[in-house]
Design a protein around this ligand. Structure first.
Ligand SMILES: [Zn+2]
Length: 491
């Protein structure tokens, strides 16, 4: 069965047939390095990291290229504001990007090219377009002649004539047509610039992705991805300038991820609601962010809110609690088979484990339906929990084997989602510590209250014992009486 991908170009789900068997060439537009990355960047990065991992899980050899735009108006503005050069700004934010993506547990792409390291190739492509009469110089700039590429608009489903009728009259007298876009920009004083046949200048934004994708993946390659805000004009222009020059198909499958809204509002500088990855990771485990995104289809918009993150966090907590309990159970000596065993729980778990991989694949093959695939993890977890309550500290050979297989699924298939990377024991200990800190409590205080309650119960002062228990509960601590004495946990 082939993996099926929703291709923005056709607007349909298509079977993925790579150019070369079992190989994938994938280019994803990276960031413009002039500021810290926000939650929208995190989504795109996590979506394509998951796709990258899934192809590898399915046995493909993937060449994954993700660029850095390290020359751009915004970088120049930032450099001027801070009184440093553009390279300093770019280096600083590439460093921050790498730190953030490392913390999110992203796999490194095969190549991470930078625009400024590919200027000669860009000049070459622009020259080729000029020779073909598809680009023209004007006032130190060079423009692409949109009207000469007959398929202009095919990705974004826009009609050139309609666009022209609706175009605002721009006061750029160097352009023959207001929709033409710059391939090369003549430099203004004080701006970084490179020598070119058209005088000193720098490349336009779109040309870098055409050049860098084709350099590392070939003139025609399998997948081009990015956020859906890039469909027009960026990706439309990439197609125009690449296909006009080569007369070959540029990218064969186009994948676009949806937006991230913040509390139902669009994220924007003017609303002041931009949430950086660093801010998120101050309050949340990186896997909470991954789990949150994976619970939505990559093409749908998602809405960030404190509640939605809390929900993802409790999901992650529950996974780690189960994984920890399995590890503890597996550390116990194997017991002889019980006479009275509830075989249906064992049988159900058996089936869930057996079919897990197939169902996971089916979901992911269907346009990377991570939400569905995640549902199977939750299901498997429920079965493993029933098995744990059946085992109750006396694991039989059969139960041990099932628990081991379950754990194996979580670690091997969980890898595709970048989840369950932490040791469950460490995760739980840290969550407890952080939870207590938030409640302004220490473990000693809790133990003291438990002691006091034990004493009250011994003296048959049940009223006092209940008071202590309720008091802890009101402060967010739950007491549970177990055969080996009271246990506490965070509410
Ligand atoms: Zn790009």
């Amino acid at each position: 069965m082939a993996i099926r991908i929703h291709n923005t170009l056709s607007g349909k789900k298509e079977d993925f047939i790579p150019l070369q068997e079992k190989k994938v060439g994938m280019y994803v537009c990276g960031v413009t390095v002039y500021d810290l990355c926000h939650i929208g960047h995190a989504r795109s990065a996590i979506v394509f990291d998951t796709i990258y991992r899934y192809f590898r899980y399915r046995g493909y050899e993937v060449t994954f290229v993700r660029n850095f735009t390290d020359i751009d108006d915004k970088i120049i503005r930032r450099a001027n504001e801070e009184g440093v050069d553009c390279k300093t700004i770019a280096e600083k934010y590439i460093g921050e990007f790498n730190i953030d993506m490392g913390r999110l547990g992203l796999e490194k792409p095969s190549v991470e090219p930078r625009a400024t390291e590919h200027i000669p190739e860009m000049i070459q492509l622009i020259s080729a377009l000029m020779q073909k009469g598809l680009a023209y110089p004007g006032g130190g700039d060079v423009f692409f002649s949109v009207g000469k590429f007959k398929n202009y608009g095919k990705l974004s489903k826009r009609d050139l004539e309609e666009m022209q009728a609706g175009a605002r009259v721009e006061i750029d007298e160097n352009k023959e047509n207001p929709l033409d876009f710059a391939l090369w920009k003549g430099s203004k004083p004080g701006e970084p610039s490179w020598e070119s046949p058209w005088g000193k200048g720098r490349p336009g934004w779109h040309i870098e992705c055409s050049v860098m994708s084709q350099k590392y993946l070939g003139e025609t390659f399998d997948i081009h991805g990015g956020g859906r805000d890039l469909i027009f004009p960026h990706h439309e222009n990439e197609i125009a300038q690449s296909e006009a020059a080569t007369r070959k198909t540029f990218a064969r499958y186009w994948i676009h991820n949806g937006f991230v809204n913040i509390n139902k509002e669009k994220m924007s500088k003017s609303l002041g609601n931009i949430l950086t990855i660093k801010e998120i990771l101050k309050d949340w485990h990186p896997e909470v962010l991954r789990l949150f995104f994976l619970s939505h289809h990559y093409r749908s918009p998602v809405d960030y809110s404190e509640d939605s993150f809390n929900e993802a966090k409790s999901g992650l907590d529950r996974f780690y609690i189960t994984l920890n309990a399995i590890q503890e159970e597996l550390a116990k000596p194997i017991s002889p088979p019980q006479r009275k065993t509830d075989s249906s729980a064992i049988e159900n778990c058996h089936q869930a484990i057996e079919s897990f991989q197939t169902r996971f694949k089916e979901a992911m093959d269907d346009d990377f339906n991570t939400a569905q695939a995640l549902g199977y993890f939750y299901e498997l977890q429920t079965h493993l929990n029933s098995l744990l309550s059946l085992s109750k500290g006396n694991p039989t050979e059969e139960i041990t084997s099932l628990l081991k297989q379950g754990l194996d699924h979580f670690s091997k298939i969980g890898w595709v989602f970048g989840l369950f990377r932490e040791d469950p024991g460490d995760y739980i200990a840290r969550q407890r510590k952080e939870g207590l800190k938030k409640l302004n409590f220490t473990e000693e205080e809790i133990l003291r209250s438990i002691e006091e309650r034990n004493l009250a119960r011994k003296e048959k002062n049940y009223k006092r014992a209940d008071e202590i228990r309720n008091d802890l509960l009101s402060k967010g601590i739950v007491l549970e009486d177990t055969p080996s004495g009271p246990n506490w946990k965070l509410k």
